[in-house]
Design a protein around this ligand. Structure first.
Ligand code: ADP
Ligand code: AMP
Length: 214
Protein backbone atom coordinates (compact mmCIF):
# COMPACT_ATOMS: atom_id res chain seq x y z
CA UNK A 1 0.00 0.00 0.00
CA UNK A 2 2.16 2.85 -1.27
CA UNK A 3 0.04 5.96 -1.03
CA UNK A 4 0.81 9.58 -1.91
CA UNK A 5 -1.32 12.40 -0.53
CA UNK A 6 -1.49 15.49 -2.71
CA UNK A 7 -3.22 18.79 -2.04
CA UNK A 8 -2.57 22.33 -0.84
CA UNK A 9 -1.24 23.04 2.65
CA UNK A 10 -4.07 22.90 5.16
CA UNK A 11 -6.39 20.67 3.16
CA UNK A 12 -6.02 17.96 5.83
CA UNK A 13 -3.30 15.61 4.55
CA UNK A 14 -1.65 15.13 7.94
CA UNK A 15 -5.00 14.45 9.59
CA UNK A 16 -6.04 11.83 7.02
CA UNK A 17 -2.55 10.28 6.93
CA UNK A 18 -2.64 9.86 10.71
CA UNK A 19 -5.98 8.07 10.56
CA UNK A 20 -5.04 5.79 7.66
CA UNK A 21 -1.68 5.00 9.22
CA UNK A 22 -3.26 3.92 12.50
CA UNK A 23 -5.87 1.85 10.73
CA UNK A 24 -3.53 -0.02 8.37
CA UNK A 25 -0.32 -0.10 10.37
CA UNK A 26 1.84 1.60 7.79
CA UNK A 27 3.97 4.68 8.55
CA UNK A 28 2.82 8.25 7.99
CA UNK A 29 5.77 10.05 6.46
CA UNK A 30 5.48 13.82 6.56
CA UNK A 31 8.49 15.65 5.14
CA UNK A 32 7.25 18.81 6.91
CA UNK A 33 7.32 16.98 10.28
CA UNK A 34 10.80 15.60 9.55
CA UNK A 35 12.13 19.07 8.70
CA UNK A 36 10.51 20.74 11.72
CA UNK A 37 12.07 18.08 13.96
CA UNK A 38 15.52 18.71 12.44
CA UNK A 39 15.08 22.47 12.92
CA UNK A 40 14.08 21.92 16.54
CA UNK A 41 17.16 19.75 17.13
CA UNK A 42 19.31 22.42 15.43
CA UNK A 43 21.00 19.67 13.41
CA UNK A 44 23.12 20.39 10.36
CA UNK A 45 20.13 19.59 8.12
CA UNK A 46 17.88 21.72 10.32
CA UNK A 47 20.18 24.72 9.98
CA UNK A 48 20.27 24.28 6.20
CA UNK A 49 16.49 24.20 5.71
CA UNK A 50 15.28 26.65 8.37
CA UNK A 51 15.20 29.75 6.19
CA UNK A 52 13.11 28.07 3.49
CA UNK A 53 10.56 26.61 5.88
CA UNK A 54 10.15 29.91 7.75
CA UNK A 55 9.40 31.78 4.52
CA UNK A 56 7.04 29.15 3.15
CA UNK A 57 9.41 28.35 0.28
CA UNK A 58 10.31 24.84 -0.79
CA UNK A 59 13.54 23.31 0.43
CA UNK A 60 15.83 22.48 -2.55
CA UNK A 61 14.99 19.19 -4.29
CA UNK A 62 18.47 17.75 -3.77
CA UNK A 63 18.13 18.04 0.02
CA UNK A 64 14.60 16.70 0.38
CA UNK A 65 15.12 13.82 -2.05
CA UNK A 66 18.02 12.56 0.07
CA UNK A 67 15.84 12.80 3.19
CA UNK A 68 13.04 10.77 1.64
CA UNK A 69 15.38 8.19 0.11
CA UNK A 70 16.77 7.44 3.53
CA UNK A 71 13.35 7.36 5.19
CA UNK A 72 11.84 4.99 2.60
CA UNK A 73 14.77 2.60 3.03
CA UNK A 74 13.79 1.97 6.67
CA UNK A 75 12.34 -1.42 7.59
CA UNK A 76 8.93 -0.10 8.60
CA UNK A 77 8.22 0.97 4.99
CA UNK A 78 8.35 -2.56 3.60
CA UNK A 79 4.59 -3.12 3.87
CA UNK A 80 3.79 0.34 2.53
CA UNK A 81 3.65 3.98 3.54
CA UNK A 82 1.65 7.16 3.32
CA UNK A 83 3.55 10.11 1.93
CA UNK A 84 2.32 13.50 3.12
CA UNK A 85 4.01 16.58 1.66
CA UNK A 86 6.26 14.70 -0.76
CA UNK A 87 6.60 14.96 -3.73
CA UNK A 88 6.06 18.69 -4.17
CA UNK A 89 7.84 19.30 -7.51
CA UNK A 90 8.06 17.38 -10.77
CA UNK A 91 11.72 16.64 -10.02
CA UNK A 92 10.74 15.08 -6.69
CA UNK A 93 8.00 13.01 -8.36
CA UNK A 94 10.46 11.66 -10.91
CA UNK A 95 12.96 10.89 -8.18
CA UNK A 96 10.28 9.03 -6.21
CA UNK A 97 9.49 6.92 -9.29
CA UNK A 98 13.09 5.79 -9.26
CA UNK A 99 12.91 4.72 -5.63
CA UNK A 100 9.53 2.97 -5.26
CA UNK A 101 6.26 2.07 -6.97
CA UNK A 102 3.32 4.37 -6.16
CA UNK A 103 -0.09 2.61 -6.00
CA UNK A 104 -2.44 5.55 -5.72
CA UNK A 105 -2.38 9.33 -5.35
CA UNK A 106 -5.21 10.99 -3.44
CA UNK A 107 -5.69 14.57 -4.61
CA UNK A 108 -7.54 16.41 -1.84
CA UNK A 109 -9.66 19.28 -3.09
CA UNK A 110 -11.35 22.07 -1.09
CA UNK A 111 -12.18 25.75 -1.73
CA UNK A 112 -9.52 28.32 -0.84
CA UNK A 113 -11.62 29.87 1.97
CA UNK A 114 -11.91 26.47 3.65
CA UNK A 115 -8.15 25.91 3.38
CA UNK A 116 -7.30 29.32 4.84
CA UNK A 117 -9.68 28.78 7.74
CA UNK A 118 -8.16 25.36 8.43
CA UNK A 119 -4.61 26.70 8.35
CA UNK A 120 -5.30 29.72 10.53
CA UNK A 121 -7.04 27.66 13.22
CA UNK A 122 -4.55 24.80 13.23
CA UNK A 123 -2.73 24.00 16.46
CA UNK A 124 -0.06 21.32 16.92
CA UNK A 125 1.15 19.47 20.00
CA UNK A 126 4.77 20.36 20.69
CA UNK A 127 5.41 16.95 22.19
CA UNK A 128 3.61 14.35 20.03
CA UNK A 129 2.70 16.35 16.92
CA UNK A 130 -1.06 15.66 17.15
CA UNK A 131 -3.10 18.03 14.99
CA UNK A 132 -5.94 20.15 16.41
CA UNK A 133 -8.17 22.94 15.17
CA UNK A 134 -9.56 25.64 17.41
CA UNK A 135 -13.00 25.19 15.85
CA UNK A 136 -13.16 21.78 14.15
CA UNK A 137 -11.06 19.71 16.54
CA UNK A 138 -10.63 21.63 19.77
CA UNK A 139 -8.76 19.90 22.59
CA UNK A 140 -10.75 19.15 25.77
CA UNK A 141 -8.65 21.65 27.69
CA UNK A 142 -7.57 24.75 25.72
CA UNK A 143 -3.89 24.72 24.77
CA UNK A 144 -3.29 21.18 26.06
CA UNK A 145 -2.97 17.97 24.01
CA UNK A 146 -5.68 15.37 24.80
CA UNK A 147 -3.29 12.52 24.06
CA UNK A 148 -0.05 13.40 25.87
CA UNK A 149 -0.73 16.60 27.83
CA UNK A 150 1.82 18.50 25.72
CA UNK A 151 1.54 22.19 24.94
CA UNK A 152 -0.31 23.21 21.75
CA UNK A 153 1.24 25.85 19.51
CA UNK A 154 0.59 27.62 16.24
CA UNK A 155 3.15 26.94 13.51
CA UNK A 156 5.11 30.06 12.51
CA UNK A 157 4.24 29.39 8.87
CA UNK A 158 0.51 29.25 9.69
CA UNK A 159 0.50 33.04 10.20
CA UNK A 160 -1.30 35.02 7.45
CA UNK A 161 1.76 36.44 5.62
CA UNK A 162 3.35 33.01 5.16
CA UNK A 163 0.04 31.22 4.40
CA UNK A 164 -0.42 33.32 1.23
CA UNK A 165 3.09 32.49 0.03
CA UNK A 166 2.67 28.77 0.71
CA UNK A 167 -0.54 28.68 -1.32
CA UNK A 168 1.23 30.45 -4.21
CA UNK A 169 4.14 28.02 -4.05
CA UNK A 170 1.66 25.14 -4.12
CA UNK A 171 -0.03 26.52 -7.23
CA UNK A 172 3.22 27.19 -9.06
CA UNK A 173 5.32 24.16 -8.13
CA UNK A 174 3.13 21.39 -6.77
CA UNK A 175 -0.18 21.63 -8.69
CA UNK A 176 1.56 20.40 -11.91
CA UNK A 177 1.83 17.01 -10.19
CA UNK A 178 -1.93 16.61 -10.62
CA UNK A 179 -1.38 16.29 -14.35
CA UNK A 180 1.72 14.12 -13.89
CA UNK A 181 -0.08 11.49 -11.81
CA UNK A 182 -3.31 11.79 -13.75
CA UNK A 183 -1.50 10.76 -16.95
CA UNK A 184 -0.17 7.71 -15.12
CA UNK A 185 -3.72 6.76 -14.10
CA UNK A 186 -2.86 7.01 -10.40
CA UNK A 187 -4.73 10.18 -9.41
CA UNK A 188 -8.07 10.18 -7.64
CA UNK A 189 -9.79 13.41 -6.57
CA UNK A 190 -11.16 13.39 -3.03
CA UNK A 191 -13.61 16.01 -1.80
CA UNK A 192 -11.86 17.29 1.33
CA UNK A 193 -14.47 19.94 2.14
CA UNK A 194 -16.41 17.21 4.00
CA UNK A 195 -15.84 16.20 7.62
CA UNK A 196 -12.84 14.00 8.41
CA UNK A 197 -14.76 10.69 8.68
CA UNK A 198 -16.33 11.24 5.30
CA UNK A 199 -13.02 12.06 3.69
CA UNK A 200 -11.52 8.87 5.10
CA UNK A 201 -14.51 6.87 3.86
CA UNK A 202 -13.93 8.21 0.33
CA UNK A 203 -10.26 7.15 0.49
CA UNK A 204 -11.13 3.66 1.71
CA UNK A 205 -13.72 3.21 -1.01
CA UNK A 206 -11.06 3.97 -3.62
CA UNK A 207 -8.52 1.66 -1.97
CA UNK A 208 -11.05 -1.17 -2.15
CA UNK A 209 -12.17 -0.39 -5.71
CA UNK A 210 -8.57 -0.44 -6.89
CA UNK A 211 -7.81 -3.69 -5.09
CA UNK A 212 -5.17 -1.98 -2.93
CA UNK A 213 -7.16 -2.81 0.20
CA UNK A 214 -8.53 -6.35 0.26
P1 ADP B 1 -2.17 19.50 5.91
O1 ADP B 1 -1.38 18.33 6.45
O2 ADP B 1 -2.76 19.22 4.55
O3 ADP B 1 -1.41 20.79 5.94
P2 ADP B 1 -3.72 19.24 8.41
O4 ADP B 1 -4.04 17.78 8.45
O5 ADP B 1 -2.67 19.74 9.32
O6 ADP B 1 -3.42 19.71 6.86
O7 ADP B 1 -5.08 20.01 8.65
C1 ADP B 1 -5.16 21.43 8.69
C2 ADP B 1 -6.17 21.86 9.74
O8 ADP B 1 -7.48 21.53 9.30
C3 ADP B 1 -5.99 21.15 11.08
O9 ADP B 1 -6.25 22.10 12.10
C4 ADP B 1 -7.06 20.03 11.07
O10 ADP B 1 -7.52 19.75 12.38
C5 ADP B 1 -8.15 20.66 10.21
N1 ADP B 1 -8.87 19.70 9.36
C6 ADP B 1 -8.32 18.74 8.58
N2 ADP B 1 -9.27 18.10 7.88
C7 ADP B 1 -10.44 18.66 8.22
C8 ADP B 1 -11.80 18.43 7.84
N3 ADP B 1 -12.13 17.51 6.91
N4 ADP B 1 -12.76 19.21 8.38
C9 ADP B 1 -12.42 20.18 9.29
N5 ADP B 1 -11.19 20.44 9.69
C10 ADP B 1 -10.18 19.69 9.17
P1 AMP C 1 4.24 20.97 5.51
O1 AMP C 1 4.32 20.53 6.93
O2 AMP C 1 4.02 19.82 4.56
O3 AMP C 1 3.25 22.09 5.31
O4 AMP C 1 5.69 21.53 5.14
C1 AMP C 1 6.23 22.64 5.82
C2 AMP C 1 7.40 23.22 5.02
O5 AMP C 1 8.46 22.25 4.91
C3 AMP C 1 7.10 23.63 3.58
O6 AMP C 1 6.52 24.92 3.49
C4 AMP C 1 8.51 23.58 2.96
O7 AMP C 1 9.28 24.69 3.35
C5 AMP C 1 9.11 22.35 3.64
N1 AMP C 1 8.84 21.10 2.90
C6 AMP C 1 8.11 20.04 3.31
N2 AMP C 1 8.07 19.07 2.38
C7 AMP C 1 8.81 19.52 1.33
C8 AMP C 1 9.13 19.00 0.05
N3 AMP C 1 8.69 17.81 -0.36
N4 AMP C 1 9.91 19.75 -0.76
C9 AMP C 1 10.37 20.96 -0.37
N5 AMP C 1 10.09 21.52 0.80
C10 AMP C 1 9.30 20.82 1.67
Amino acid sequence: MNIVLLGPPGVGKGTYAGRLSERYGIPHISTGDILREEIKRDSELGRKVKKYVERGELVPDSIIIEVIKERLAADDCRKGFILDGFPRTLNQARALDNIVRVDVVFNFVAPKEVIIERLSGRRICRKCGAIYHIRYKPPKKPGVCDICGGELYQREDDKPEVIERRLEVYKEQTAPLIDYYSKKGLLVDIDASKEVNEVIAQCERILRERGILK
